[in-house]
Design a protein around this ligand. Structure first.
Ligand code: C2E
Ligand code: CA
Ligand code: CA
Ligand code: CA
Length: 282
């Protein structure tokens, strides 16, 4: 038995070092991926829960790896954050999303408040040039700042509160909307969170998921989040809306916006465009 155990340990070590090698290789591949533009921006619709009308998109990055196929952002974003390549990837995604949205704004009769949301890694807030890079991207693409929204998860913001606050207030002054992503899952300290200029929050999909299980507790938590957001003049978007029961519960609880597979999966630009209705002048 001891020998078998020892053998297992060797296997375990081997698989650990295999994992390390894979990470290392992905890290190397990420550097060339930026240069070779192996990334693609996918879009997922955000809708008014009352009408189902589309009110914006969230931009989600995809990596088409030359040999491994599509690699999930859940796998490569953490590596990119650790190595710092997230700065380049993040700005590339931002520019693509702004450029595309500005084109759609010209081609389609989008609602006045139609917004594209782009995920901003808290790591990116540490880049001293972030605000000027974002300003340049808005100028180059012509997208009004009011049509851009940035989504941030709260946890890393708390590492250097003063710096994060300065960056977020500067972005806010440009006229960009700011959203708290995955709300309710981090160890968010509400007192600090209130010092950031967020104007909307996203209820994490782990809450939405339980809304069709008749869990009174989850319903009360969601109701409380929606009420608190309302008092703070923040909009609420529910993530992970997968079925009609989710929609009716969320509406009952006062949540105005939703996003999820029920409405659309994240899709490439060509498919996203088909959700925007008829082109102008057609
Ligand atoms: P996120 O920002 O919370 O994005 C939502 C994730 O939930 C997306 O996964 C989306 O495909 C998925 N999702 C949407 N609706 C549903 C639903 O109804 N049910 C379920 N089960 N899932 C749903 P994705 O695209 O794999 O992205 C994963 C995470 O990777 C994102 O979570 C975000 O944290 C990160 N990420 C993606 N793109 C970027 C990016 O451009 N920059 C940065 N910094 N992070 C990104
Ligand atoms: Ca997000
Ligand atoms: Ca806006
Ligand atoms: Ca989220």
């Amino acid at each position: 038995a001891e020998l078998r155990g020892a053998g297992k340990w060797v296997l375990f070590e081997e698989s650990m070092s295999k994992l390390r090698d894979q990470r290392l290789q992905l890290d190397i591949d990420l550097r060339t991926a930026v240069k070779r533009e192996e990334f693609e921006v996918f879009y997922q619709s955000r809708v008014h829960l009352d009408t189902g009308a589309i009110c914006g998109f969230e931009a989600l990055v995809r990596w088409n790896h030359p040999t491994r196929g599509q690699v999930s952002p859940l796998e490569f974003i953490p590596i990119a954050e650790e190595s710092g390549i997230i700065h380049d990837i993040g700005l590339w995604v931002l520019e693509r999303a702004c450029e595309q949205t500005q084109l759609w704004r010209k081609q389609y009769n989008l609602a006045e408040d139609f917004e594209v949301s782009v995920n901003l890694s808290p790591q990116q807030c540490k880049e001293p040039n972030l605000v000027s890079s974002v300003t340049e991207i808005l100028q180059r693409t012509g997208l009004p700042a009011s049509s851009l929204n940035l989504e941030l998860t709260e946890s890393l913001l708390m590492e250097d509160i003063d710096q994060a606050k300065a960056v977020l207030h500067a972005l806010k002054r440009l006229g960009i909307g700011l959203k708290i992503d995955d709300f309710g899952t981090g160890y968010s300290c509400l007192k600090y969170l209130c010092q950031f200029p967020f104007d909307s929050l996203k209820i994490d999909r782990s809450f939405t998921k339980e809304l069709d299980q008749d869990s009174v507790e989850i319903e009360e938590i969601v109701r409380t989040i929606v009420q608190m957001a309302g008092n703070l003049k923040m909009e609420v978007v529910a993530e992970g809306v997968e079925n009609a029961a989710h929609v009716s519960r969320l509406r009952e609880l006062g949540c105005k916006y939703g996003q999820g597979f029920l409405f659309s999966r994240p899709v490439n630009a060509a498919a996203a465009e088909r959700m925007l209705g008829p082109k102008r002048g057609q």
